[in-house]
Design a protein around this ligand. Structure first.
Ligand SMILES: Nc1ncnc2c1ncn2[C@@H]1O[C@H](COP(=O)(O)OP(=O)(O)OP(=O)(O)O)[C@@H](O)[C@H]1O
Ligand SMILES: [Mg+2]
Length: 263
């Protein structure tokens, strides 16, 4: 009796010293299970440590999700694939996170409200769960961030810092046109990550419309070339999910949303 109280005390101290308090939550319960089921000492130790590691990974993922700046939390599990059946298999293939180890990119193209941002965030959350650091921002916010760094003479340092993120998400390429400077800044961001770390981009425009947005056809072409060299391009189609069940079938028709995105 005394010795088990001593062991409990010692365990409490040791778990505290290791900053692994969850060991205390599971040690007793798993010890009972181990006795019942005749586990080896090694099996028991592995089971206890596994619980701690799983809990640490989960809280690490939560920290990475909060640091990523997603704005709203959208998951791949919440996505209604019946609304976009054509990309179901492509998304399923991406959930394992293999694209991140291979530094591949993902481009989500399609008209407003078809789920581009939702999927980009969902894939970003998945990346956080796989242990990658992620940063999410709109294209406009990225331009501001990069121009600030450029103005202060620290663009190379900023790009080096961003390379430490396994995934960068650039949402809404195409809604607002950029200055010529922005095209150069984006080009540098894309080249600094090329074959090194992943990007996810979303756009309502087909690639043929990007030159107009960046105000420079040559830079846009060189950028697209690098982005799509190792990329999955997912084309979303149809009416806006936002307008579903609202009795509004279509948004004003504009050239850029005819769904003729090439890929
Ligand atoms: N297939 C879907 N299943 C569940 N929710 C969806 C689906 N498609 C879109 N939504 C929801 O509809 C809203 C609009 O989607 P989202 O913001 O991803 O569209 P978008 O393609 O990024 O549009 P925009 O081009 O206007 O930015 C969001 O709340 C999103 O969660
Ligand atoms: Mg969006």
């Amino acid at each position: 009796m005394t010795s088990s109280t001593d062991s409990a005390k010692q365990l409490r101290y040791l778990a505290g010293a290791l900053k692994a308090p969850r060991i205390l939550d599971v040690a007793d319960r798993l010890a009972d299970q181990a006795r019942d089921q005749g586990w080896s000492f090694e099996d028991y130790l592995a089971a206890v440590l596994e619980r701690e590691v799983a809990a640490r990974n989960a809280s690490g993922a939560e920290i990475r999700i909060r640091a990523a700046g997603f704005g709203t939390r959208k998951t791949l599990e919440d996505f209604d694939y019946d609304a976009q059946p054509a990309i179901r298999n492509q998304i399923a293939a991406l959930t394992g996170g293999g694209f991140l180890t291979e530094a591949r990119n993902i481009v989500l193209l399609g008209p407003p409200g078809t789920g581009k941002t939702h999927l980009a965030i969902g894939l970003g959350i998945q990346a956080c769960r796989h242990g990658y650091r992620v940063l999410f921002a709109t294209a406009t916010d990225w331009v501001t961030r990069l121009s600030d760094a450029h103005r202060q003479g620290r663009l190379p340092a900023e790009l080096a810092k961003l390379r430490r993120y396994g995934l960068i998400i650039i949402d809404e390429v195409g809604y607002l046109p950029f200055e010529q400077d922005a095209a150069n800044l984006f080009f540098q961001l894309v080249s600094s990550r090329y074959e090194h770390a992943s990007l996810i981009l979303t756009s309502n425009l087909p690639f043929s419309g990007w030159g107009g947005v960046f105000g420079d056809q040559v830079v846009a072409a060189a950028m697209i070339d690098r982005i799509v060299h190792h990329a999955d391009v997912l084309t979303l189609k149809g009416a806006s999910y936002r307008l579903r069940n609202r009795g509004i079938d279509t948004l004003p028709s504009i050239r850029t949303t005819t769904g003729d995105n090439e890929n």
